[in-house]
Design a protein around this ligand. Structure first.
Ligand SMILES: C[S@@+](CC[C@H](N)C(=O)[O-])C[C@H]1O[C@@H](n2cnc3c(N)ncnc32)[C@H](O)[C@@H]1O
Length: 270
């Protein structure tokens, strides 16, 4: 009887410990926000993460897990620059970017979910002066609603893999970049089975580069120091370098990516 009591106590404590450690699973946005499309160039497109997953994006452990401050440093953002936090969510990266561009710069914070932008406006109140720098933009699935040739850097953290129409977005972003502007795309590594994220929310670097190449971009530089994520900077290809295979939306003549690793259900968070 006493033994049974101990068992119940230990089991209860273990259960509690597990509950405290559990990371909320990010819910999926309804199809009215972004209807699910299945494949792009052989890659399954992930469903849009719902605004209800906002707390997961702001989790206290994110810096330790993803080393976000190292990513920010690697972006090399300069005071006065015009930056787009594309698919900004509730603004986890928007406000640090606002600090980097300073009072003379701008951060366009774009998202397709109005609720995300409402959460971002709530966050803005915690960051003095951010209201003058950050411009929330409710965009559509295919149109980021940015002025032509206006952006120095568009940052896409954990967004690209869930674009329902990557070719349309990449074409629109290309128009919005200044001549020397760049995209910085940050994606969880599909090559690494230790990264505890669902497979559909991860990408291989080969696949990412293949998709960007097909839409008229070339790799400008890479940052490989983050524990879980690829960071690849892209710039628009010069017009003459655009082969038929790299005309927007085309996937002809490009190498196939390596096969995806087998599914795993180990501690996946999203
Ligand atoms: C996983 S969240 C990442 C949010 C933020 N970048 C971060 O790292 O905290 C992905 C966000 O991308 C947005 N999104 C998805 N498709 C989009 C599109 N076509 N245009 C703009 N935002 C999009 C979603 O609404 C969601 O807020």
């Amino acid at each position: 009887m006493r033994q049974q009591g101990w068992f119940v106590l230990v089991f209860g404590l273990l259960q509690q410990a597990q509950l405290v450690q559990e990371v909320p699973v990010a819910p999926v946005a309804p199809a009215s926000v972004a209807p699910l499309r299945k494949l792009y160039m052989g890659r399954p497109i992930a469903p849009t993460m719902s605004w209800e997953g906002g707390p997961w994006l702001m989790r206290a452990t994110r810096e330790k897990e993803e080393r976000c401050s190292e990513l920010l440093a690697a972006l090399d953002v300069k005071p006065g620059q015009i930056v787009c936090d594309f698919g900004c969510g509730n603004g986890f990266y928007t406000f640090p970017l606002a600090r980097l561009v300073g009072a003379k710069g701008k951060v366009y914070a774009t998202d397709i979910q109005p609720e995300m932008l409402e959460l971002l406006k709530g966050e803005a109140k915690k960051h003095e002066g951010a209201g003058d720098i950050v411009v929330p933009v409710l965009c559509t699935e295919t149109d980021p609603k940015l002025a032509d040739a206006s952006i120095d850097l568009a940052l896409l953290v954990d967004v690209y893999h869930e674009l329902s129409d990557p070719a349309a977005v990449l074409a629109a972003l290309k128009k919005s970049l200044k001549p020397d502007g760049q995209l910085a795309i940050v994606e969880f590594r599909l090559e690494d089975p230790e990264v505890p994220i669902k497979l559909e929310h991860k990408m291989t670097k080969v696949q990412l580069v293949k998709e960007l190449d097909a839409n008229g971009y070339v790799v400008a530089r890479e940052f490989d120091q983050l524990p879980w994520q690829h960071v690849v900077f892209f710039k628009a290809k010069p017009k003459e370098a655009e082969t038929p295979a790299s005309k927007p939306g085309s996937s002809k003549g490009l190498p196939s990516p390596p096969p995806s690793p087998p599914p795993s259900d180990r501690g996946e968070r999203r």
